[in-house]
Ligand binder design. Structure first.
Ligand code: IPE
Ligand code: IPE
Ligand code: MG
Length: 242
C-alpha cells in the first residue's frame, strides 16, 4: 500500500452520530474528539507523514451559543491532552487558522503545545481551528501587501512559492488525499489553495465511527487513482510530478 504523504480530513458528522444515539450534539463532539486522538496514533502507525484536520471553521461561530461554548471547552481539554499524544507519537503539532480570537487560556495552550512538540519529526499534525480557506488567503494577502509596502517583497516577483510562505501552512506540502466523512461532498472553506491537486474521498461513515479500517479503505482507493497534475501519464515528452 502506497501511503499518501499528507492526508487532510474534514471531521464531519458528530451531530448526526449523536442524534442517532438520541444523545445531545455535544456528546458527538466529545466522542469525535476522542476519535481524533485515536486517528493520530493510526496515522503514525501507517507511516503518514502529515495529517491535517478541520475541527472548527470560521463559519462554525454561527452555531448555538451552547454548542460553541461546549466546543471551546472540548478544545481546552483536548489541547492539554494532546501534549501526551504528541510525545507518544513524536508528532509536531501546529494549529492553523485565526487563533487570536480565542480566549487567552486557549491561545496559551496552543502556544504551549506547539512549543512542546516543535522538534518531533515522526508525524506533522495540523489542527484547523477558526480556520477558513478564504480567511487564510486574505490574511496572507494582507501580510504580503505590508511586506511589499515596506520594501521586503517586490510586487513584480510574486510566485506561488512566495505566496505560500504567507499561508498558515507555510512549509507543509499540499495534501495528497482529502477525506470528508458523513456523506457531505463539499469543501466548506477548507484548504482552498492547498487542495488544488489533491484526490478527494467521500464516505458516509460519520466521524466518530471513522477508524483505522476506514482510513485504510480510503488509502486503498487513493492507490487506484491516476494522478496526473495536468500532464498525460506515460508520455515521455511531458515532465511529470511523481
Ligand atoms: C463536525 O460535526 C464537527 C464540527 C463542525 C465542529 P458536525 O457538528 O458538523 O456534525 P453534523 O454535520 O451536524 O452531523
Ligand atoms: C465543516 O463542517 C467544518 C468542520 C468540520 C470543522 P460543517 O459541518 O461545519 O460544514 P457544513 O456547514 O456542512 O458545510
Ligand atoms: Mg457538519
Amino acid at each position: 500500500m502506497n501511503v499518501p504523504n499528507h492526508v487532510a480530513i474534514i471531521l464531519d458528522g458528530n451531530g448526526r452520530w449523536a442524534r442517532k444515539k438520541r444523545m445531545p450534539r455535544g456528546y458527538g463532539h466529545m466522542v469525535g474528539c476522542d476519535n481524533l486522538e485515536k486517528i493520530c496514533y493510526t496515522a503514525r502507525d501507517l507511516g503518514i507523514k502529515y495529517l491535517t484536520v478541520y475541527a472548527f471553521s470560521t463559519e462554525n461561530w454561527k452555531r448555538s451559543r451552547e454548542e460553541v461554548d461546549g466546543l471551546m471547552n472540548l478544545f481546552r481539554r483536548y489541547l492539554k491532552r494532546c501534549i501526551k499524544s504528541s510525545r507518544e507519537n513524536e508528532m509536531c503539532v501546529r494549529v492553523i487558522g485565526e487563533t487570536s480570537v480565542f480566549d487567552d487560556d486557549i491561545q496559551e495552550s496552543i502556544r504551549t503545545l506547539e512549543d512542546y512538540s516543535k522538534d518531533y519529526r515522526k508525524l506533522y499534525f495540523q489542527i484547523a481551528l477558526n480556520y477558513g480557506g478564504r480567511d487564510e488567503i486574505l490574511r496572507a494577502v494582507s501580510k504580503l501587501s505590508a511586506d511589499v509596502r515596506d520594501g521586503k517583497q517586490s510586487a513584480d516577483a510574486i510566485t506561488s512559492d512566495t505566496f505560500e510562505a504567507y499561508l498558515d501552512t507555510a512549509g507543509i506540502p499540499d495534501p495528497d488525499l482529502m477525506i470528508r466523512t458523513s456523506g457531505e461532498q463539499r469543501l466548506s472553506n477548507f484548504l482552498l489553495w492547498q487542495l488544488s491537486y489533491s484526490e478527494f474521498y467521500f464516505t458516509d461513515v460519520l466521524w466518530p465511527d471513522f477508524n483505522k479500517e476506514e482510513l485504510v479503505k480510503a488509502i486503498r482507493q487513493y492507490n487506484n487513482r491516476d494522478r496526473r497534475f495536468g500532464a498525460v501519464k506515460g508520455d515521455p515528452s511531458c515532465s511529470q510530478q511523481d
